[in-house]
Design a protein around this ligand. Structure first.
Ligand code: PBG
Length: 327
């Protein structure tokens, strides 16, 4: 056959395939989400997330040391308090669960990078991400408490804060309160394009944060909208976000790819609990090859333009990079 261009020429050996790869992956870009609860010496497996746990602070310290050794150098902390109330008091309490985890964790594993999820839903009695009046989630009073929570995390030692509530104006409010209190060097990673998603199902069980009435569609985004995701991302950058995030990851990589063209800050994507649960369940049934699926899922996020990948599979991905399976 008379052909000048034969794309298969560049696929003839593993060495060559690796040489011409378009996407390179580095474990330095991985962030592992981790759940911390009150109590001592306890570790509870999350039903719908086999292999993921809620840790008491002591075992959390152990877990992050082992994680660090395995090549994961950044975590995102989620707190599960004992007491919940209307005002989410435990979210910004000096001895709240995240604050305690930060203090102990920094001592146990000083080289780990500590990011905190900043939200109220795990701390409110009604499970919404803000303050409620007449069944409505109020924006501005919620922002006030969210900013207070971010400051309290910074005071307890957080290296970065990540607001996930989707209230309007929260990034600006957090930047302002951090700066006023001498934390001008603490970066904000904003959950910017966060969609109202059924993919968060297992997380809500893990954190006991399902809303007791209604849903989150009044603040999280409608999954039919792509351009609105870009609008949220640009708005957060305007308000001072250092890093922006798209969430969930797998079904939302169009938002990553489109936004990436327009922005000059790092882009993160969060592969959420439902993505993890689906892979685990299918793998447990022997229907898919877990490692290969995780390899494709993660590389596709990077291929779309992600700089930071937040995933419950961080440890496994770090190993795959080390072993040369991906990279
Ligand atoms: C808190 C928050 C949620 C997740 C991250 N931060 C839950 C939600 O918005 O309902 C989801 C993470 C996951 O599913 O892995 N607002």
């Amino acid at each position: 056959m008379d052909m000048t261009v034969r794309p298969r020429r560049l696929r003839t050996s593993e060495t060559l395939r690796k040489m011409v790869r378009e996407t390179r992956v580095d474990a330095a870009s991985l962030v592992y989400p981790i759940f911390v609860m009150e109590g001592k010496n306890k570790k509870e497996e999350i039903d719908a997330m086999p292999g993921q746990y809620r840790y008491t602070v002591d075992l959390f310290c152990k877990a992050i040391k082992s994680l660090y050794k395995d090549g994961v150098h950044a975590i995102m902390i989620f707190g599960i308090p004992d007491k919940k109330d209307e005002k989410a008091s435990q979210a910004y309490a000096k001895d709240g669960i995240v604050q305690k985890a930060l203090k102990a964790g920094k001592k146990a594993c000083p080289d780990m990078y500590f990011i905190t999820d900043v939200c109220l839903c795990e701390y409110t009695s009604h499970g919404h991400c803000g303050v409620i009046s007449k069944k409505e989630v109020l924006n501005d009073p919620s922002v006030e408490l969210i900013a207070k929570t971010a400051l309290s995390h910074a005071k307890a030692g957080a290296d970065m804060v990540a607001p996930s509530d989707m209230m309007d104006g929260r990034v600006g409010a957090i930047r302002e309160i951090l700066d006023k209190n001498g934390y001008e060097n603490i970066p904000i990673m904003a959950y910017s394009a966060k969609y109202a998603s059924a993919f968060y199902g297992p997380f809500r069980e893990a954190a006991g944060s399902a809303p007791s009435f209604g849903d989150r569609k009044g603040y999280q985004m409608d999954f039919h909208n792509g351009r609105e995701g870009i609008k949220e991302i640009l708005l957060d950058i305007d308000e001072g976000a250092d890093i922006v995030m798209v969430k969930p990851a797998m079904s939302y990589l169009d938002i990553v790819a489109n936004a990436k063209e327009m922005i000059d800050v790092p882009m993160a994507a969060y592969s959420v609990s439902g993505e993890y649960a689906m892979v685990k369940a299918a793998a447990a049934n022997g229907w898919i090859d877990e490692d290969r699926i995780v390899a494709e899922m993660s590389v596709s996020a990077y291929r779309a333009g992600v700089d930071i990948y937040i995933t419950y599979y961080a440890r496994e991905i770090a190993k795959m990079i080390r072993d040369g399976v991906i990279g």
